[in-house]
Design a protein around this ligand. Sequence first.
Ligand code: FE
Length: 311
Amino acid sequence: MHMKVFNTKEAQDLLKAASNLGSPDGDERTKQIVNRLLADLFKAIDDLDITPDEIWKGVNYFNKLGKDGEAALLAAGLGLEKYLDIRMDAADREADIHGGTPRTIEGPLYVAGAPVRDGVSRLDINPDEDAGPLIIRGTITGPDGKPLPGAVVECWHANSKGFYSHFDPTGAQSDFNLRGAVRADAEGKYEFRTLMPVGYGCPPDGATQQLLDTIGRHGNRPAHVHFFVTSDKARKLTTQINIAGDPLIWDDFAYATREELVPDCVDKTGGLALGLKTGAYKEIKFDIELTPLVQGKDNQVVNRLRTAAAA
Ligand code: FE
């Protein structure tokens, strides 16, 4: 079909009515966004001649996506979350904010409520035979380059099966296994004693993997560790590090890898004295530099629905 109906009065009236533009009722911002997204969709249907069969396939897909609870996973996989980072990076350049540890996506698997410990936190609660010990440590500094005592680092990552506690389909992990929070010491130092994570893939039968299969993409991530870093003297940082050497570092389905976020992973000995399960362990030094508040405010706090649990 070559006909186009988007610009007809009938279609434009429908678009206006459906988004309730021009009415005093409803939330103006939501109406504006609904109107624009619906208009873009209507236009795409015209331009690509999207068939009724394709539309209903898409509508049914949304039902499956919701049923699987994977909307946030799909947002990461389709680059929507990365796009928000690209925009925040650009906003920083415009505001003349440079330097600092780069941000990268949060992903959908954070759980609020991990116990905050002073200086050092041991994250592995449940045994994991296939994972060797890992220490992640570093110094948190502020925009002036000086250490930030009292800054809080939260950390979460997967186990050797690629599963996160709280979301583990095998039920093998307690709520805060491999999750923790540390308040930096007087020198701004923090340390996590934990186990080496591996990369993971989207649930194989889920909506996200289904779409990725259809467009010929994989749904896997390299091994990585997530962080939130907060301080009353600087902006919140949401970031991740990759485990150096993982073959998927530059082929992450969620586009979270950044050059500055692949710190060296070094072999060490003496782990038994630190309470680790073996003497040999890996160590990653990850120093974190926070960026300044903007007119005294933290403009990096993102509100989204997050899971919470009691420690
Ligand atoms: Fe993750």
